[in-house]
Design a protein. Structure first.
Length: 557
């Protein structure tokens, strides 16, 4: 794109968060060409306010028909990956709200799409652009803190009422244990620790729980995630969207060899800082006062923040929305790399996704993958058979009766379940199953989605299957296995039915599985349950004919 070429942009989710980008777009000269939202009642009004020439209720249609160079994604978080990929595949630049994704598997897909596309991807973490956070970043960059080695970030924003107005929050933000929505806290801190990334996390929460208006407990209360970085620093992140307390939304602290910083926690408390280079006495200084008299701001704050334009000030989030859109435009025009490209976005997003599994295992330390090491094709599986759950059966929850002497339950913490899980998987031919594979599987598992049938007398796990989140409302039935000593009792059917019930109750619309031609008993179970073969390649039809003949199953091919 030529440097002076006007950039036409589309905004999806315009009737909610997406509409807040207007001032930032106007301030940097973007043309809001098209808007999109499923809220048809308010879409026309939003289009008029933003001055958009085109409006759509379908995102794919906007990408295909609108004259746009870039898109701003301001939709619910579970849509971010699929909508980002759809744009990137068309060569349309992407500025996406946080977090980048809601599962590690779909984050892999996003990274792969970014690597294949010539378009720019940037995550819109606006808290990295607030004036105070920019100042601390610059003080670190210029060496005044020395080596940073400890930081804290908090996002304390009570939104129980908002959960009811926007039900997706009830599921994806407060319906999952862990620090999923942690980029507002972790994002600025990672920029204060340049060249570093989180390698391992441990996450815990309290036993206390609030209940929603229907009497259902939230999956979290005030989860705390402790992070260890590649350079040996420690970061503590706390997210609390539920506690009744005085407002104190974003709090930060940073400790370095030669300096300390603590932001205000509200009330009479003030931002405070100590830097060895500026003060021989080890005592706090009022950060705001130092900025007001230009002792810090004039010398260390970037020029763009010393005298921001009136348009920038009005852009939202203290000017953050303006500066992040400005960086996005500069990246599109190849004037500068985006500060929050795909790998920086993963650095801010992945620790929270791993925390979901740590918290289910009583704070177990777990590794955070480095997206820079993901290779193209890693997520491409061999051409296995595929089966899908028919759309007409999405409201038909399977039923079952567990035979006497057995118990159906979900995964429990502790080495006992892990050892038994590995044992039964290897009995079923999955020789590669080990502790690492369990860890990987749990990261993708729907909450309470790993099912076991236990033999009461021996306490052994004798059947298992797992519900895996893959993409938006897409889910994968995974890893049916059983102990041959207990075959013939319908245990495979029961544990499979439990997975399907889990999917349907969670609202998944696209349910599929992959299997091998030789797993005839498992395929019989899938067919009895209601799965149907999917012919996605030319060789599928003859392969399925052969299998169905072996099973004496009436073919509808």
């Amino acid at each position: 794109m030529k440097k002076k070429q006007q950039i036409k942009i589309g905004i999806v989710g315009v009737c909610a968060r997406g509409g807040h980008f207007r001032a930032g777009c106007e301030a940097v000269g973007l043309i809001i060409q098209a808007v999109c939202d499923i809220n048809e009642k308010e879409l026309n009004s939003a289009a008029e306010i933003l001055g958009a020439k085109e409006q759509y209720i379908d995102y794919e249609t906007m990408l295909a028909q609108a004259e746009i160079d870039a898109v701003i994604i301001g939709t619910p978080m579970q849509l971010h990956v699929q909508q980002s990929i759809a744009a990137l595949e068309r060569g349309i630049h992407v500025l996406c709200e946080v977090p980048a994704g809601v599962s590690i598997e779909e984050c892999r897909q996003l990274v792969a799409a970014c690597e294949k596309s010539d378009a720019v991807y940037m995550m819109a973490e606006n808290y990295t652009y607030t004036k105070k956070n920019i100042l601390i970043r610059e003080l670190v960059r210029q060496g005044l803190f020395g080596q940073p080695y400890y930081a804290e970030g908090e996002y304390l924003h009570e939104l129980k009422e908002m959960n009811e107005d926007t039900p997706w929050r009830r599921k994806w933000q407060t319906g999952v244990a862990g620090v999923t929505y942690g980029t507002h806290s972790l994002g600025p801190i990672l920029q204060w620790m340049p060249g570093d990334r989180v390698e391992t996390v441990s996450c815990v929460d309290t036993a206390a729980r609030h209940k929603d208006p229907r009497g259902e407990e939230y999956a979290q209360m005030t989860p705390v995630m402790v992070c260890r970085t590649a350079k040996g620093a420690v970061i503590k992140i706390r997210v609390d969207m539920l506690s009744d307390r005085p407002h104190s939304m974003t709090n930060y602290s940073l400790q370095g060899i030669n300096g300390s910083y603590e932001s205000s926690r509200g009330g009479s408390d003030q931002d405070k800082i100590w830097l060895k280079e500026l003060s021989k006495d080890i005592r706090w200084h009022d950060t705001a006062a130092l900025m007001d008299v230009d002792q810090l701001a004039e010398k260390y704050l970037p020029e763009m923040w010393r005298n921001p334009s009136e348009k920038a000030k009005k852009a939202g989030h203290g000017g953050g929305d303006y500066f992040e859109v400005l960086d996005f435009v500069r990246a599109i025009r190849s004037e500068a790399p985006t500060p929050i490209g795909i790998h920086e976005a993963m650095d801010m997003t992945l620790p929270g996704l791993v925390s979901q599994q740590s918290i289910l295992q009583e704070g177990k330390w777990m590794n955070v993958p480095d997206s820079r090491e993901w290779k193209e094709g890693e997520t491409t599986k061999p051409k296995q058979l595929r089966m899908i759950w028919p759309e007409e059966r999405l409201k038909s929850v399977p039923t079952w009766t567990v035979p006497a002497g057995y118990t159906l339950r979900t995964y429990q913490q502790g080495d006992g379940d892990n050892a038994e899980y590995i044992r039964v998987m290897k009995l079923a031919g999955f020789e590669f199953w080990d502790e690492k594979k369990i860890e990987e599987t749990l990261r993708m598992t729907v909450p309470d989605g790993l099912f076991f049938i236990v033999h009461n007398k021996t306490k052994k796990i004798v059947a298992t299957a797992v519900a895996l989140h893959r993409f938006h409302t897409r889910a994968e039935f995974g890893w049916l296995a059983g102990d041959p000593e207990h075959k013939g009792k319908g245990l495979g059917y029961i544990v499979s039915a439990a997975v399907i019930k889990c999917f349907i109750n969670a609202g998944y619309k696209d349910i599929f599985l992959q299997t091998d031609d030789f797993r005839i008993p498992a395929i019989r179970t899938y067919l009895k349950l209601g799965f149907e073969p999917l012919f996605f390649a030319p060789d599928m039809e003859p392969r399925w004919e052969k299998i169905l003949n072996k099973l004496n199953w009436v073919s509808h091919i």
